[in-house]
Design a protein around this ligand. Structure first.
Ligand SMILES: Nc1ncnc2c1ncn2[C@@H]1O[C@H](COP(=O)(O)OP(=O)(O)O)[C@@H](O)[C@H]1O
Ligand SMILES: [Mg+2]
Length: 256
């Protein structure tokens, strides 16, 4: 479904310094319905990579193909969920969720039907008319997920959606996101800098090098879903974490 070929991205810095090379020759493929985590040190180009796939920015070299078609701009088939959630504070839960549907030219009745479904899906029944400021952090994340899923994209791009949350909320949302993935069969690219989170959630983990970002290696996590929290304490996950850690280590291997 996603094919990233020889992707490179430079940013001009508006000074006399050389441009920043954010990504250098990144290659990978993702199949329809896969759950992929992308992990790498801060500033290695993870957000840049998602922005390129989302079509928000253009590469200097290489290409992103989505369903066989070169990406030339944003589209409702690829939706981004930002760390901050980016909810509209002045809109209710319901109208936040319906926001993305406006572009789809659906009639009001259809919009209401979809937003009601999404509210149920993420367990926010009874909060349809609340404003984001009236919700807990976890509930806000659920609204952001519901808004993304409402437009029925093929792929959801998640940029560190759980960073900075406390452990209990984080674990609960990890389970919920995996559950939503199973239920909706979306393709998920999940960016995180948490090794345990990366291996616990994904079928495959792409490990990036420090900037300029490259894919240093890929780690498969062969555990059936639904995955329980207890898996985190098991030896198998421990070994996968170790593999990821070895790839992340300064001076670790480089391969394209
Ligand atoms: N719009 C921009 N202009 C200039 N430099 C940028 C811009 N966006 C990102 N960068 C630089 O590109 C590199 C990768 O950034 P980013 O993709 O945000 O990393 P990550 O998400 O992995 O933390 C960093 O060195 C960052 O400073
Ligand atoms: Mg980032």
């Amino acid at each position: 479904m996603i094919s990233v070929e020889n992707l490179s991205k430079l940013f001009e810095t508006h000074s006399k310094r050389d441009p920043v090379e954010a990504l250098r020759v990144v290659n990978f493929r993702v199949k329809r319905g896969e759950f992929i985590s992308i992990i790498g040190p801060s500033g290695c180009g993870k957000t840049t990579l998602l922005n390129l796939i989302a079509g928000f920015i253009r590469p200097e070299q290489g290409s992103v193909r989505f369903n066989g078609v070169p990406v030339s701009g944003p589209g409702p088939d690829r939706i981004m969920v930002f760390q901050e959630g980016n909810l509209f504070e002045w809109k209710t839960v319901r109208s936040n969720i319906e926001f993305g549907l406006k572009a789809k030219n659906l009639n009001i009745k259809k919009q209401k039907k979809i937003s009601a479904e999404m509210v149920r899906l993420v367990g926010l029944n009874g909060f349809e008319d609340s404003y984001p400021s009236q919700l807990s952090t976890g509930m806000k994340k659920r609204v952001a997920l519901a808004r993304a899923l409402a437009v029925d994209p093929d792929c959801v791009l998640m940029d560190e959606p759980l960073a900075g949350l406390d452990q209990m909320i984080k674990e609960r949302l990890q389970l919920e996101i995996m559950h939503l993935w199973k239920l909706t069969r979306k393709t998920i690219l999940f960016v995180t800098h948490d090794i345990e989170e990366a291996v616990f959630m994904a079928q495959r983990v792409f490990v990036m090098s420090p900037v300029p970002g490259k894919i240093r290696g890929k780690v498969e996590v062969d555990i059936a879903y639904p995955r329980k929290i207890e898996v985190k304490a098991g030896r198998y996950l421990e070994e996968r974490k170790r593999e990821v850690w070895e790839l992340l280590r300064p001076g670790g291997p480089d391969y394209a």
